[in-house]
Design a protein around this ligand. Structure first.
Ligand code: GDP
Ligand code: MG
Length: 372
């Protein structure tokens, strides 16, 4: 329980320590003003003074389970891993078109059955080096992922339409990108259109502390067209350059850890989670826990729609076998046994429930003291 002394409690309730001591004394509990209050004493005082007191469970706040899941990092097995790139930008500036064009121009025809369908995440090869792309998981999802510490993105591409320039969502994306603290590349899209003006885009971006390299800043601006495919190779080369500097590495032999970028309940298949592997290798048969959900990997479908046995570093695929649909931004972590996976998920679920309950029915002492 949260440690609080008699006089601190009194202060928070705008009572004198003597009043607090008197109440407890009346019930046969002997305390002095410097003593720590126990849970039952706090409850009694709460009733006596007509205030609601929440006793915080130490487990509830301490992310002890997450600490427990934190693997010791052993760099001896580290290998270079491909960068994970997120594309963000104002609506209609061409994020989806760009992603689809990159994919179709880099995937041998036939390999994915003539890919027509847009997918959330995929991996391509540029000069024998892999790059994984993720479609914007929506601003809200992106923020929640950041809040959870899910730093799935290594490089952010901000798409700005050359005929439209910086718009409201571009501004939002700029602040997201800056907060994410990873390299940013600006893709100036729709260069094929009449009225395309890259200098206008550069000027608008420079005003927002996103100064182009050729203007003395440190942000690369790459002119592209998702329609014609022009500039896409430049963009990919630039991504590889930026990621080289990051020296991205992970351990393919470690316990698998992946981030959920999309999830849903599919008819006949159950909960499906699209993940990107951050560390280790995720295999069919692995016991997994994912926030409050758990299970055993029943099947993995890769980004080409093929059934595979495993996903390696920075690779993406759809995972079948969880008992429920996990939230976007949560981590999927392999465990040694199904019992471990279930125990962790169950404990988390209990804590989440307890937290919800105390949130909805009680005011915490801290909030109380703020009110008085
Ligand atoms: P998103 O909302 O950012 O995902 O944008 P979309 O990819 O859906 O594109 C919005 C519209 O712009 C669509 O009608 C696209 O066909 C069009 N578009 C996207 N990129 C280009 C481009 O490079 N050139 C031209 N001319 N049109 C484009
Ligand atoms: Mg889109």
């Amino acid at each position: 329980p949260e440690d609080i002394r008699v006089y601190e409690f009194a202060e928070a309730c705008a009572k004198s320590p003597a009043e607090v001591i008197t109440v407890l004394f009346g019930l046969g509990m002997m305390v002095t003003k410097n003593d720590f209050l126990k849970q039952d004493e706090l409850e009694i005082l709460g009733e006596e003074f007509g205030i609601e007191v929440t006793v915080k469970d130490a487990l509830e706040d301490a992310n002890y389970i997450d600490d427990y899941l934190e693997e010791e990092v052993d760099e001896t097995n580290f290998v270079t891993r491909p960068p994970v790139v997120t594309i963000m930008g104002h609506v209609d500036h061409g994020k989806t078109s760009l992603l689809d064009k990159i994919r179709s121009s880099k995937t041998a025809s036939g390999e994915a059955g003539g890919i027509t369908q847009h997918i959330t995440a995929y991996t391509i090869k540029q000069n024998d080096q892999k790059i994984t792309f993720v479609d914007t998981p929506g601003h809200a999802a992106f923020s929640s992922m950041r809040a959870r510490g899910a730093s799935v993105t290594d490089v952010i591409i901000i798409v700005v339409a050359a005929d439209d320039g910086v718009k409201q969502q571009t501004e939002e994306v700029i602040s997201h990108a800056k907060a994410a603290n990873c390299p940013i590349i600006v893709a100036v899209n729709k260069m094929d259109k009449e009225g395309a003006n890259i200098d206008m885009v550069k000027a608008q971006m420079a005003e927002r502390e996103m100064t182009p390299v050729d203007w003395g800043g440190d942000i690369e601006f790459i002119p592209v067209s998702a329609k014609t495919g022009n500039g896409i190779d430049d963009l990919l080369e630039n991504i590889l350059l930026q990621s080289e500097i990051l020296e991205l590495a992970a351990d393919p032999k470690a316990k698998a850890k992946a981030t959920v970028v999309e999830s849903s309940l599919e008819k006949g298949r159950g909960p499906v989670a699209t993940v990107i592997v951050q560390n280790g290798t995720l295999r069919v048969g692995d016991n997994i826990v994912c926030d409050t959900t758990y299970g055993r990997v029943k099947a993995i479908t890769n980004d080409l729609g093929k059934q595979v046995e495993e996903l390696g570093l920075s690779e993406t695929g759809r995972i079948l076998g969880l008992n429920d649909v996990p939230d976007t931004g949560t981590f999927m972590v392999a465990q040694d046994s199904d019992k471990e996976a279930r125990d962790i998920a169950t404990t988390r679920a209990e804590h989440a429930r307890a937290k919800e309950l105390s949130k909805s029915t009680k005011v915490s002492l801290e909030e109380m003291s703020g009110l008085i």
